[in-house]
Design a protein around this ligand. Structure first.
Ligand code: MTE
Ligand code: CO
Length: 434
């Protein structure tokens, strides 16, 4: 970082915050959010704001030239926007998880460097030249593909969310972690470029007895899961790009399986083998893990689909309201493994009354959706909630409804409604409304 840039930081005690508050008051006096927004963009205070009246360093001096950063990075003022982990959650970082900073993002896409990571044996380092994908089992011709081979099949671009089945798992029995990054950050949504799995299976020729596919990872955990053939032939992709560039090592470079709408565990990274079989394999990750222990003591297997879910990302514990009463943009994300989100409702009184939020941006099946509710906040305490509905008519349940259906022993597939307690001073806490 150059001195020039360091001195370019707006001093902490300078005017903008003060001005904004004053302007907001002016806006409120004329009544309504629209009037306040107009006041926010007005020039009434310009003569006392030295950020406007004085020439700043960034205006006076030349900046860095092209190629200062051959691979661009976010502004230094965004250095707080990072994945975070919870140290006490796991014994080692190789088999662990970190979380997407949902409260810092907007729109529907997750930047590659902020996609949460879930590894069971650390990040495999694989040169694409050394990577192979094998198809074996109940096929006419067992095949081995290089990365170059895969790039000669017709490819498609599709936007999907990936949610770990354990997302919000810590919240089953009550409010735990203070921030949507931690409660809901085991999700990301990117555009994948890849070859439909169907084309590769057709190339190998699936025998009529072939009803299941088992992807296997090349990492030290050799992740394996059983996927029914209908899903494999429907919308699964063997992907090598995310958001236009190569997969990140953390996300399975050079090759990962994309299993749209289904739990993240099945999206095998560093994909090296696809075995075709006549029945599920009952691997570790679909028996001792990723099954749902019900109140009866029975474990439910194969809960593949990630049901409709949503969360308010702003305001939230890590993103308090900085500006006092007046116009407030409530924002959040919603998603469903069943298809598109058709509606998101927001409540500011703990679920007694609901208002339909505004969905904005692309609405794509099995992708993240962005919602907004623009309100005029009177400064009183809020119990902020959101609930999503998908195109199958599925409504996100309350946590109580979920516990009645599933008991209290579950970890996975918690899509219950989240509540944030917004206080008068704008700070926010994770709470549960029974
Ligand atoms: N694939 C391999 N080979 N090894 C792994 O540890 N973790 C799984 C899945 N695929 C895993 C894997 C789990 S549990 C999840 S939630 C997703 O990858 C996480 O994907 P991400 O790290 O891109 O967020
Ligand atoms: Co997972």
């Amino acid at each position: 970082m150059s001195d020039k840039k360091a001195s370019g930081q707006p001093p902490k005690d300078s005017g903008p915050d003060m001005n904004r508050r004053t302007l907001l008051k002016a806006g409120l006096a004329t009544g309504g959010a629209a009037a306040s927004a107009a006041a926010l963009s007005g020039a009434a205070m310009a003569d006392s704001d030295r950020l406007i009246t004085e020439i700043q360093d960034w205006n006076r001096y030349l900046g860095d030239g092209v190629q200062a950063n051959p691979y661009g990075m976010p502004s230094e003022f965004e250095s707080h926007v990072v994945r975070r982990d919870v140290e006490w959650l796991t014994a080692s970082t190789e088999s662990s998880i970190n979380f997407t900073p949902l409260h810092e993002l907007d729109g529907i896409l997750t930047p590659n460097g902020l996609c949460f990571e879930r590894h069971h044996g650390g990040v495999a380092e694989i040169s694409p030249a050394d990577h192979r994908l094998m198809i074996n089992g109940l096929v006419d011709t067992p095949l081995v593909f290089t990365m170059e081979d895969l790039k000669r099949f017709p490819r498609e671009n599709r936007i999907y969310f990936l949610e770990c089945a354990a997302n919000s798992g810590m919240e089953w029995r009550g409010a735990q972690l203070n921030g949507c990054q931690y409660t809901h950050g085991m999700i990301h949504c990117v555009m994948y470029t890849g070859v439909p799995l169907k084309y590769l299976l057709e190339e190998a020729g699936v025998k009529t007895t072939g009803k299941w596919v088992m992807p296997e990872g090349a990492d030290s955990s050799a992740m394996t899961r059983s996927i029914p053939m209908e899903k494999a032939l429907d919308d699964c992709l063997v992907a090598f790009k995310m958001n236009g560039e190569a997969l990140r090592p953390e996300q399975g470079y050079p090759l990962r399986l994309v299993v749209p709408g289904w739990e993240g565990n099945m999206w095998v990274k560093w994909l090296r083998r696809l075995e075709v079989g006549d029945q599920p394999w009952h691997q570790r990750e679909e028996t001792s893990k990723y099954t749902d222990l019900l109140a009866s003591g029975k474990a439910r297997r194969f809960t593949w689909v990630m049901d409709a879910k949503s969360v308010v990302t702003n305001p939230s514990p890590q993103a308090p309201i900085p500006h006092g009463k007046g116009p407030l943009v409530i924002s959040g994300v919603a998603w469903s493994g069943n298809g598109k989100i058709t509606r998101v409702d927001v409540s500011i009184d703990g679920g007694r009354n609901w208002k339909t939020a505004r969905l904005d941006g692309p609405s794509l099946p099995k992708a993240m959706h962005r919602f907004y509710l623009d309100i005029d906040w009177d400064g009183s305490e809020l119990l902020l909630q959101s609930r999503a509905m998908d195109e199958e008519g599925f409504f996100q349940p309350t946590k109580d409804e979920l516990r009645i259906a599933r008991g209290e022993n579950s970890i996975y597939h918690n899509n219950g409604i989240q509540t944030w307690h917004v206080k008068g001073d704008g700070t926010v806490e994770n709470v549960e409304v029974a």
